[in-house]
Design a protein around this ligand. Structure first.
Ligand code: BGC
Length: 937
């Protein structure tokens, strides 16, 4: 494949997306956009330290640069920045540097703010026409937000800053550089003239923000979540954060589905809302129903003074029937092109009623385990947010229709009550009614046993290679008869982090990971985080893209697809077959730390955006791994906290985005979740991964676990070694083990085969899923040398030569004449293991041979912390090793260094995350062994 990766175009596109996803919530007196020549004072330290993303695996892209707001304002030059104030901040920042925290999940939610007293505010106001106040927040993996000051709420210093600035200035613009919605009560308290959410916009975030502030881009973004008055107003808040059991009592009433049905008055900014610098008039021109297909035509006219884009959304109110329904469900949306003042565009909004059928998990309609459309009026509302959408037309069903008959799956086993609307008098306002959640009635063990495949022959090596399958010479089934049980077991193991068998610094290698598998011509595929750019822990740089929430707020899947085409090229260029993303969990509660990676509280918007990304990347032969399947809705105790949720809520809300990504986006790689759902850890959850995913949805791709996930047999505790239920459920790959051939961490697949708890046929089925993925991968073409790859790179600002800065030489050592297995100590005195630092040792090797570099270290962090160290020799990456948090225990990691020539070498260590306590580092000579041969390598 020939393609051109033009980084300038990539950056421009990322910038445009970041600007278009910005949401303007308030703009009194037309404060925005800023006008040429206006004088502006910029407050808040985040103007200098832009949050490109949240934290954890989804935030570890080594971006070549990150633009910030202040420099972008000055670069832009349209307005005049108050440089005296800027200088005050710069001086203060010298004494108050950015606190990255002690490693994984330890970066604080906010950074200490510079105090701004009345005097400073008044002084600045005297020299300026307007103020911009930038507020920043982060959160992420292993670190939820908190309903506390500094996270969901403002700090006392931020309150003071806003109070003083809003008081002193006639025009104050508040810019929110946050991963997720935050509490907005301060808007009433201080009444700033303008409020703009810019989310976390990736490396171009600063510039994109300035494009919006100065009106180069008219913000067309719409909220992908409801902003309620108070965090307590979200019905999931009550149960969010429970370390053991999280009851989803709000059931299908998530986000606006809840607020529009039960608590309209608690909404501050409705779902779908966002202002523009111009005004639009929307008119419904037509509405038609054919069978269950619904079409509305909306005419949008720009009646304001500047160009802009508008999004029209189509919501459904289904009849309450016996099941009860939310008063609104998003069923379609469409966005205009850029309309000049006076211009008009007609938008087509199409939907299919059957897609919004309700799932009857109790049998109350007489159709248990069916998707049904109950009889009555299906009223559609069109508009520019959920609240103001006006009636557009209706479809009427005179009798109930069964749309799909499926089978009960994943039902809970614990009793609890769920919310259901009850309409007393007012048609548009329900009161809460609580009903028992239907519990599981099927015998799961029996289902698994009955459905288990039994036939699978072992024929031994017949000389076939996987390429013979792609060339149509043999079938995949025939091919797999050659693999021994041992081979099949090895194929269920993904190797990582940072396997040397694939692109350095990536999350895992999978497929032909052992010599045995390679013999059959099975290639090794590579995956890496995601979702907002490529994470390569050895320091290799990649583009950092806008976060998931921002992408959703564009309401523009075509634009997102275009951006992810570029991402697809970048993946392909880096020899990565699948990005670990998009993250498509539902924003169930604003406090989830990973909301920044996910799109929305709405499953249709979520699925549509995921499908767009997959389509984009798919154009370059690579794909994304949609994650985390399913219910990764809280980070706290994410390995163990049990999500207890009704089958209806699963199907209509939590699985729905995945279903869309599979059916419309053609997803063929999925990651299961860490935690259990209804008592079964998802990586071994048969009904999730086989009954629903494969049998119902017809999915044919792979499923991988999340990294070091747990699995269980029903009623038993979860464990990373319990791979029997994983294989049985068709979670094809366990991520990750250090060495797939032996898996020293241990799993019990072989034991299961030996005692009959597993069959060879089950393992073969998983191998077929994996080979299916490989057969369509670029890894396969590459393995066969059939790939005629030609990537032309233009305007590349990215250095591929290892970590950012080159690092300081800490010591020069003349290594002694080596003796086998004698340790040569490396000095630790000046070593810093802080995130992003490099340390260089200048070493004189008296002889060729293999040396081992041994790190003896510990970390007080928990075992899910990922702390990578990359080792370079003369700027060439040798290996990246990852220490997981050890909770204080000392562990070793070893990197082998082949010294092909004696003499001077620079050995650079690059630390990708803070949190490592290094106790000892030493070199150990392990001999010359095959040194003569590798001299010529
Ligand atoms: C995260 C995943 C990620 C994986 C690999 C896990 O900790 O939950 O989303 O893809 O690590 O980095």
């Amino acid at each position: 494949m020939k393609y051109t990766l033009d980084y300038q175009k990539y950056a421009e596109l990322a910038r445009r997306v970041a600007a278009e996803g910005s949401v303007l919530l308030r703009n009194e007196e037309d404060t925005l956009p800023l006008r040429r020549g206006q004088r502006v004072s910029v407050f808040g330290r985040t103007q200098f330290e832009h949050y490109k993303s949240g934290t954890g695996s989804g935030g570890m892209v080594n971006a070549p640069y990150v633009t910030n707001i202040i420099d972008s304002l000055k670069e832009n030059g349209i307005i005049q920045v108050n440089e005296a104030l800027e200088q005050v901040y710069r001086e203060w920042l010298k004494e108050h540097p950015f606190d990255v925290g002690e490693g994984w999940a330890m970066e604080p939610w906010n950074q200490e703010e510079m105090p701004v007293d009345e005097e400073l505010a008044v002084q600045a106001a005297g020299q300026s026409d307007a103020a911009i106040v930038v507020i920043g927040r982060t959160a992420g993996e292993d670190k939820d937000n908190s309903a506390a000051e500094g996270s969901y709420l403002l700090t006392a210093l931020e309150e003071e800053l806003l109070r003083n600035v809003c008081h002193a200035f006639e025009h104050t613009i508040v810019v929110l550089n946050v991963g997720n919605i935050i509490d907005m009560k301060w808007v009433d308290r201080y009444q700033p003239q303008a409020v703009l959410y810019i989310w976390q916009g990736g490396q171009e975030g600063g510039r994109a923000c300035v494009d919006v502030l100065t009106g180069k881009v008219n913000p067309g973004g719409k909220l992908s979540d409801t902003i309620a008055e108070d965090i307590e107003d979200y019905p999931s808040t009550e149960n969010f954060g429970d370390p053991v059991e999280n009851f989803y009592t709000e059931d299908i009433y998530v986000g606006y589905r809840y607020f529009e049905t039960f608590a309209k008055e608690k909404v501050k900014y409705p779902f779908g809302f966002g202002l523009s610098y111009t005004k639009f008039q929307t008119e419904i021109l037509g509405f038609s129903v054919q069978g269950t297909a619904v079409t509305a035509v909306a005419k949008v006219t720009n009646v304001g003074g500047v160009s802009g884009r508008e999004t029209v959304q189509l919501y459904l109110e289904a009849p309450q029937g016996k099941l009860g329904k939310p008063l609104r469900q998003l069923t379609a949306f469409a966005k205009t092109e850029e309309l000049k003042p006076g211009e008009t565009e007609e938008l087509l909004l199409k939907t299919e009623l059957a897609e919004y059928a309700s799932y009857d998990d109790s049998g109350v309609t007489g159709h248990k385990s069916c998707y049904v459309l109950e009889e009555g009026d299906y009223i559609f509302y069109a508009g520019t947010d959920v609240r103001s959408a006006a009636e557009a037309g209706k479809a009427t069903l005179t009798e109930l229709r069964v749309v799909r008959m499926v089978t009960e799956a994943m039902a809970p086993v614990q009793e609890f009550k769920r919310l259901k609307p009850f309409f007393f008098e007012e048609k548009d306002h329900a009161i809460a009614n609580w009903e028992d959640v239907p519990l599981r009635t099927i015998d799961l063990a029996d289902r698994i046993l009955k459905e288990r495949p039994t036939q699978s022959e072992y024929a031994g090596d017949r000389g076939w290679k996987l390429a013979d399958v792609s060339d149509g010479k043999i079938t995949l089934e025939q091919f797999l008869t050659q693999l021994s049980d041992e081979d099949l077991i090895c194929m269920t193991r993904g190797e990582g982090m940072c396997s040397p068998k694939v692109t350095p610094g990536t999350a895992a290698a999978f497929g032909g990971v052992t010599e045995g598998l390679k013999r059959f011509g099975i290639p090794i595929a590579c995956c890496s985080d995601g979702p907002s750019g490529i994470r390569m822990d050895c320091g290799t740089m990649a583009y950092a893209l806008p976060n998931g929430t921002l992408l959703a707020c564009t309401f523009d899947p075509e634009l997102v697809e275009e951006l992810y085409e570029m991402e697809g090229m970048e993946l392909r260029k880096n020899k990565i077959d699948t990005l670990l993303g998009p993250g498509i969990n539902i924003h169930r509660n604003p406090l989830n730390g990973r909301n920044f990676e996910y799109f929305s509280e709405d499953p249709y918007l979520t699925g549509t955006m995921a499908a767009a990304q997959l389509t984009g990347m798919g154009k370059y032969g690579v794909t994304g791994t949609i994650k985390h399947f399913a219910c990764n809705n809280q980070e706290f105790k994410r390995h163990d906290a049990n999500s207890i949720v009704s089958e209806r809520a699963l199907r209509e809300i939590y699985l729905r985005g995945f279903e869309i990504a599979v059916k419309q986006g053609g997803a063929y790689s999925i990651m299961s979740t860490y935690g259990p759902v209804n008592g079964l850890w998802t990586a071994g959850n048969y009904d999730l991964l086989t009954t629903i995913l494969r049998k119902e949805w017809g999915y044919q791709g792979i499923v991988m676990t999340d990294w070091w996930a747990k699995i269980n047999e029903e009623g038993e505790p979860g464990s990373g070694r319990q791979t029997i239920p994983m294989v049985r459920a068709q979670n094809d790959i366990y991520m990750v083990v250090a060495d797939a051939a032996s898996n020293s961490a241990g799993d019990n697949t072989a034991e299961g085969l030996a005692d009959g708890r597993l069959t060879r046929a089950q393992l073969t089925r998983n191998a077929a899923n994996i080979c299916g993925f490989l057969l369509r991968s670029v890894a396969m073409e590459r393995f066969l040398d059939r790939e005629e790859e030609e990537c032309t790179e233009l305007h590349n600002p990215i250095s591929t030569e290892g970590a950012g800065e080159s690092g300081q030489v800490l010591a020069r050592l003349e290594l002694p004449e080596p003796k086998i297995l004698e340790d040569i100590e490396l000095p630790l005195e000046k070593l810093s293991t802080k995130k992003g630092t490099s340390a260089v040792f200048q070493l004189h090797f008296p002889r060729i041979g293999r040396y081992e570099l041994v790190f003896r270290m510990s970390s007080t962090l928990g075992e899910l912390a990922q702390l990578p160290i990359s080792v370079f020799l003369n700027n060439t990456l040798q290996q990246t090793v990852t220490l997981n948090g050890t909770e204080g225990q000392t562990m070793e990691r070893v990197v082998t260094l082949p010294i092909r020539q004696d003499g001077e070498k620079y050995m650079k260590l690059y630390f990708g995350e803070s949190g490592i306590d290094m106790h000892r580092m030493f070199l150990r000579y392990v001999g010359k062994n095959d040194i003569e041969s590798f001299r010529n390598e």
